[in-house]
Design a protein around this ligand. Sequence first.
Ligand SMILES: [Zn+2]
Length: 473
Amino acid sequence: MRLTYRYKLNILTHQRHTIDRWIELARRQYNFRLGERFRWFDATRHPVNCCPIDGGYGPVNSVENVFADIPLSKVLTKGKNKGAVYSLVNEGYVDWANVQKDGLKQTKLLFPEYKEMPAQMLQNVIERVNRAFDRFTQGDGNGKRSGKPKFKGKPYYSSICWPQDVKVLSAGLVSLPKLGELEFIEHRPIPVGFTVKTATIIRDGDGYHICFSLEDKFVPIVDVEIHPTESNSKGIDVGLEFYVSDSNGSQYEFPRWFRKAEKRIAKLQARKAKKPHGSIARKVLAVKISRLQAKVARSRKDWQFKLAYQLFADCDVIFCEDLQLKNLIRRNKLKTDDAGKIAANGQAAKSGMNKSMTDAALGQFLNQILPWVASKLGKQVIKIKPNGTSQYCQACLSKVPKGIGARWHDCDNCGESLPRDVNSGKLIKRIGLATVGEEQRSLKTALTCGRLKLIQPQHTVKSEDEARSLSFA
Ligand SMILES: [Zn+2]
């Protein structure tokens, strides 16, 4: 099992200067290597609709020119296997990361300042470039591709990593290669049995932090398969009025962290905007703002972790909705009136909701924190398709249409009356339990496989449309 523990550093001035310098050197190296990758990337592919004559875009970037600089094999100069030759071409593909790592020797000749950095730290920079590029061209483990990697400006590159030889000497003291001993505030001890594999120093709004990646090979990561039952599971519905409403009827209100700090941040930003660029006053205000923002983010995360543990206290399986949060946080479409002029589209209200939605960080909670806490406790999170979970009655499954403003669920058919979100929580649990073993977990599947049955409404069906929606045909 691998864990990451983060501590605040008590950093000395000269260490701070060294770290700042190394971060800047690493950033330049990152940008240079990224540019190099782009150059190779452009040269080794060509438009599909035309036949390339020189294989690339002009003589500078032609394949021949690009490949002329690239070594295709590597001879080891030290270590046990000294003299061994390694090919840098793997099944017809150039191993770009290793080619670039090989090029670090040249970098150190041309720019001697790189010699003071630990060699592994520089190699880690190249691995970062490689990861960013792989995610762009191939996608991550789930095949999800990221956008084109960006060149990093100063505020966007703020960490350096020691991938090996990190020694924690005693409580609150760590030794890092080429930097020496560093003090950190050990607010929680490193768990027994875990060894420190890597250390990353992060420059943050309010100082410097160190992240240890801890590993214990004897603690296995197993994907548990728990059979959900009525008694060991619960359904949760997330929202903005109440953060979480569960199927037992408990509702958890959420502290609106950003909303509370918003006014103070806005005031500081207005003051900062008046100060001239490059002035000390402007920098001081920028630090104040980023500290406030960091505080908001941390209090939110802390609260989310505590909530996740609280939710798992009395159950083993949690059913929740599989929300596409990116689609929820969108601007309204532009509307035009008959004359072609821009008409009101309700964006002001939507902006407010988007702000609250971002503040709530539901995605962070549902996709990261809840599954992580579950895996740590040996419990399980199961996601359900959200279609219909707020529109149907959990008791009789008849449709009770309601707008986004309606906060109460009143069923005409069976007389069920309870808060809207609790109804959803209960329904999510029923769907979850009814679709065990099904490929798609949704209300529709639960009804079609016959494990959930619609109780026909008592009142007369008024229109064809309604009848259709009731029978789910
Ligand atoms: Zn009902």
